[in-house]
Design a binder for this molecule. Structure first.
Ligand SMILES: *Cc1c(COP(=O)(O)O)cnc(C)c1O
Length: 495
């Protein structure tokens, strides 16, 4: 399986192991398969598979230069007892109108674990496959969850170093405590005096600085990425769409071959893109519904065909979705433009120079066939947490609530009766303050651990083990740097 850049030519390609190490293409584009896999999909067979078996199938499509043993061993290690549910990805029966695909049963309680428990294994094997004898320095911009999940996954992995940048004041108390208590000699975490977009833009710039890259290689290191720009992070996410379909077939909700819908709480567009790839490979998905919070640049894009990043940035109670420039949208555009990289280059230049671009009518038509979109305000999010709790005694986190509210609005607006799966991306205990307020209408007495206790007192939901011990750990002192000082900071660590 070869990969190429969305902004480069077909012939300029590398294999999957090389693409995992590279992370981001040197021309600023993202890696995509040169020939998208077209496996013969046997849904009847797929719907009998466990999560690990489904992951094996999907990974073998996208990473076929890894050996069978490498993939088997990686899957065994990635999806073991660090998940608190044997199913890895449990899916609820219909609950307040939707099925909830629970992606938050891993060690850091958000969906990032599904891919970031896997990525270190793909990375270590890629180093073996390509004979790269350099230390891999993983630069990670996080809107809250990727940082902790990548540090958890890469903790003390030989030959790797992780540097995480998170927005100062832009993450929840639990997220902050998680980041500041990570143990591991190869982990660094620093706050940025800015938002996620500034951190991501600066990381991308540093990546594409060829002078810096040369110097780094001379000192025996090389950058890579744990953001969903990396195929090693993105592709493992395709598996849960297949798995969930199979699960709904098994429990009799869906007749084999009939379509389902997914509503995905979206920030950097990685999760929903994985769903689009599943559809592209033949999974019967009717609509993928892109759900945003108050940072609703994507809702406007799906409605009008114009992406405009010149807008206010809001800090919300679903901080992992506080993003204005969604990186992975570039991969979707590439597909909608029939893999015409010149057109992608043009659109991305417009985004850099004018802050906006408009896609062609053809692209817009293809977009409308596959997607719908909506957003939820802060008030609507809390109301949805309350509605789902009161209707079904089911507790959802604010990100899941964004998707849940948008799914409901979509169903009411369109009358579409296709079974709906809401992608549940985080444990409610990761955001106890907002969840408590949603259910009771009252503020918690104190954020953080006390809020976890207050939420438990009203719901009685099992508190995940990682949360119980989290606040016993002494947090490191927070380090804050300005975006323009990120490069200096990185060099100090790498040297
Ligand atoms: C990262 C994240 C999202 C957004 O996912 P993208 O792949 O960035 O679109 C949604 N919810 C939670 C809880 C997250 O951590």
């Amino acid at each position: 399986m070869d990969y190429r850049s969305t902004r480069g030519s077909r012939s300029d390609s590398l294999n999957s192991a090389e693409a995992v190490i590279q992370g981001l293409a040197p021309d600023g584009g993202l890696y995509v398969p040169v020939n998208f896999p077209t496996p013969t999909i046997n849904l009847a067979e797929i719907s009998k598979l466990t999560y690990k078996e489904t992951a094996k199938l999907v990974l073998s499509w996208f990473f076929n230069d890894y050996s069978d043993e490498q993939l088997d061993e990686s899957i065994r290690a990635a999806y073991g007892s660090q998940f608190d549910d044997d199913e890895i990805v449990p899916v609820t029966k219909e609950t307040a109108g939707s099925h909830y695909m629970e992606l938050f049963h891993g060690p850091t309680l958000a969906f990032k674990d599904i891919a970031l428990q896997m990525l270190p294994h793909l990375m270590v094997n890629a180093v073996k496959l390509t004979n790269v004898n350099r230390k891999i320095v993983i630069l990670t911009a996080t809107s809250g969850d990727t940082g902790t999940a990548s540090m958890n996954g890469f903790r003390d992995v030989d030959g790797t170093q992780v540097i995480v940048f998170y927005p100062n004041g832009g993450v929840s108390p639990v997220q902050l405590q998680q980041m500041l208590t990570q143990q591991g000699d190869n982990l660094e975490v620093v706050a940025i005096d800015g938002n996620f977009d500034q951190a991501q833009t600066e990381v991308k710039r540093i990546f594409n600085d060829s002078e810096l890259e040369k110097n780094l290689k001379l000192s025996g290191s090389q950058f890579s990425s744990a953001n969903s720009m990396n195929i090693g992070r993105l592709m493992p996410q395709v598996a849960y769409y297949f798995y969930t379909y199979g699960k709904l077939v098994r429990d009799g909700t869906v007749k084999l071959g009939n379509a389902i819908n997914f509503t995905v709480p979206t920030g950097n567009f990685g999760d929903i893109l994985a769903g689009y790839y599943a559809k592209k490979m033949g999974l019967p998905i009717n609509k993928l519904i892109c759900a945003s919070n108050q940072n609703n640049v994507l809702t406007d894009f799906f409605t009008t065909g114009t992406y405009n990043k010149n807008r206010d940035f809001y800090l919300t109670n679903s901080p992992s979705m506080d993003i204005v420039v969604s990186s992975n949208l570039e991969r979707l555009l590439f597909d909608l433009a029939n893999e015409d990289s010149n057109q992608i280059k043009k659109l991305m230049n417009e985004l850099t120079n004018d802050g906006q671009y408009t896609i062609s009518d053809d692209m817009k038509t293809r977009l409308d066939t596959n997607f719908d979109a909506g957003f939820a305000s802060e008030t609507a999010i809390k109301a949805e947490i309350k509605r789902v709790y009161e209707t079904a005694k089911y507790t959802i986190d604010p990100h899941t609530a964004v998707a849940s509210a948008v799914a409901r609005e979509y169903q009411q607006r369109t009358g579409d009766k296709t079974p709906m799966v809401v992608v549940a991306t985080a444990s409610p205990y990761k955001f106890p303050e907002t969840v408590y307020e949603g259910i009771t209408g009252k503020q918690v007495v104190e954020p953080g651990y006390a809020a976890v206790g207050q939420l438990f007192d009203i719901t009685g939901d099992l508190v995940p083990a990682p949360i119980k011990t989290l606040f016993e750990l002494e947090p490191h002192k927070q380090v804050v740097v300005k975006p323009e000082k990120m490069e200096e900071f990185i060099l100090k660590i790498v040297k």
